[in-house]
Design a protein around this ligand. Sequence first.
Ligand code: ATP
Ligand code: MG
Length: 422
Amino acid sequence: MYKAPRGTADILPAEQRHWHYVEERAVALARRHGYQRIDTPVFEVAGLFVRTVGQETDIVQKEMYTFEDRGGEEMTLRPEGTAPVCRAYLEHGMHNLPQPVRLYYFCPVFRYERPQSGRYRQHHQFGVEALGDADPAVDAEVIGMAWGLMQDLGLRDLSLLVNSIGDSACRPAYLDRLREYYAPRLEALCPDCRARHQRNPLRLLDCKRESCQPYALEAPRSADHLCPECQEHWQSLLGHLEILGIPYRQDHRLVRGLDYYTRTVFEVHPQEEGGQSTICGGGRYDGLIQELGGPPTPGIGFATGMERMVLNLQRQGVAVPAEAPRPIAIAHMGPAGQREAIRLARRLRSAGLTVVVTPAARSLKAQMRHASAMGAAVTLILGEEEIRKAEVTLRDMDAGRQESVPVEGLEARLAECTPRPQ
Ligand code: ATP
Ligand code: MG
């Protein structure tokens, strides 16, 4: 028997209501802020990610699904959404549009990780990108959207963490300070941290090992080592967040795992679980488009994990509306009854009603049981008698009442007994 590959999941009909709920709210939020949808291919030339996400990152070193296609080109299944959107921005000359260009996406994302709760090899992200404007007000807009989405979903007990990691002017000196700070402490750190000390010292700050964390707490802080431009940007952003009334917390250990981030970085976490189950992560990436060969173009965005939002909705017991209305079932007897049922179903569906015809060649009793198992709110029964009189027997499945109703004008009668959601 075949099974879904390790780390992937089928999203079954019963779970769709949560997915749909998140999608609807996310789209509404994006539209309210003037963001337009973009879809990019599931795979891209591998170099796009190696170049932008960074050689030293977990994604590039351990997590990418890269393969050679039949033409001999190295391709990678999308491990994150930002680089493809920036590639599309450049490829389609979007710098000629009014800036910033505001885009949102929903897409599957592939990372070869160790599967566990909330961590998959194929997951799905909703994300937004605002390209072409470096103003801190845009940072505040994007952070406000990330926080607003969590509010719109009805999720509680979340924390919003923000930090500034500087830019190419001030970060190199800060990284030196960090290396100096950690150099005499290397013995006490985990092997991952020791390996990253020279090449990627920022990542020592967000090591999840308990034994490494006390050192990160005491480490020099990027926000204390910003150049005047980054400092101004950071202070201005904090001011905007105050105006928006967004309850952020500064966390100097927040650095994010991708190389392309500059200045602002932020994450949304469930309060009790710390960094293990981040729901949303984002930041500014002012050098990314230039890295792809384009003109200097600032950008900022975030991505949220659909699976993790759904998981938190379920854990918190957030009420989510039913996916589809309860159907109207049509039960029928005899060949004439079945023909009439098919005709009537077609007619009612074109009036916008949800209709299922119960399986033929079963007793009326069995058909009624089927209708009930399908969650039908109403069952219409078509037998010889009904057909002769141009009537149906309408059974209210919840009340257990039934009555004869003319087929003529049935739509209006059915609209009256609006089915309650399940
Ligand atoms: P983590 O620290 O949990 O590995 P990340 O920093 O690698 O997260 P991002 O690259 O910022 O994650 O991706 C954006 C969001 O996508 C995350 O906040 C998370 O909600 C979700 N996500 C990332 N990796 C996975 C995964 N393997 N399975 C499910 N969701 C994921
Ligand atoms: Mg990760």
